[in-house]
Design a protein around this ligand. Structure first.
Ligand code: GLP
Length: 243
């Protein structure tokens, strides 16, 4: 595992964006696995800036996102498809047929998961998968549990995730109780994994995920078994890992 510790969020974003842009330059038709949340927003802003300067070309890039809230689609500002459009898809030259997320509007969970699993199989492994970490060590929406879920599945969000994600929802609008997410096998088949973490509220998660026991109680801990993981964390997020 490679670890980069940065002084703050901006430096973390630039470093991670550098790694992603290197991937795009080396393989213009790469498959990028993308993540949402507040942590990657600075990375996307940096990639957009480099695109606008003419340094990056997304015309052949294919993207697959980790997850989506069940019940939300593009009409909802809080959906991950809206987040991705606002932060990246509508701001660079990605082709609309090349961007993919689970379809939150499909109410039949089995059908939604089967459809996304099939699509992931057809597209093939991600060349690079970007991941944030939930405060409880979740990746995508793989919540702590008794076993690792392999493929795309529907999860009931834990109370701590619902509370953490409430900040993205207006008062009176509740966080959906369920989400569709890539499973652990869908994530681990990526050739390279890039994890980003910022701030002291992620310090416990970073410590447990990268230096604790590998257990489904801390879903991200399975990343210790992948052979090409890079962590870019700022000093706050890495603060509990220093000896
Ligand atoms: C959500 C997403 C995760 C993300 C996590 C952390 O639960 N499903 O993919 O990593 O939030 O988000 P943030 O970066 O906002 O702390």
């Amino acid at each position: 595992m490679r670890i980069y510790i940065t002084k703050d969020y901006n430096e973390m974003s630039r470093k991670a964006a550098n790694i992603i842009s290197a991937q795009i330059i080396l393989k213009p038709n790469c498959v990028l696995g993308l993540a949402t949340g507040s942590t990657p927003a600075g990375i996307y802003a940096q990639l957009v800036e480099w695109f606008e300067k003419g340094d990056l070309d997304f015309s052949e890039v294919i993207t697959v996102n980790l997850d989506e809230y069940k019940g939300l689609g593009a009409e909802s500002e809080q959906s991950y498809v809206s987040y991705m459009r606002k932060n990246l898809f509508d701001r660079v030259n990605l082709r609309s047929e090349n961007v993919h997320l689970p379809d939150g509007r499909i109410s039949d969970s089995e059908e939604a998961c089967r459809t996304y699993n099939k699509l992931l199989d057809e597209i093939g492994p991600q060349d690079l998968q970007l991941l944030g970490l939930g405060r409880n060590g979740h990746i995508g929406f793989n919540e702590p549990g008794n076993f690792f879920e392999k493929d795309v599945h529907c999860v009931e969000l834990s109370q701590s995730t619902v509370e953490a994600n409430m900040r993205f929802f207006e008062a009176g609008k509740s966080v959906p109780s369920h989400a569709y997410t890539m499973g652990i096998r869908s994530i681990l088949r990526a050739k390279k994994i890039l994890v980003v973490a910022s701030g002291e509220n992620k310090a416990e998660a970073v410590k447990k995920v990268f230096f604790g026991q590998v257990t489904p109680e801390v879903p991200g801990s399975i990343l210790q078994l992948h052979n090409d993981v890079t962590l870019v964390a700022d000093e706050g997020a890495f603060s509990l890992c220093k000896s």
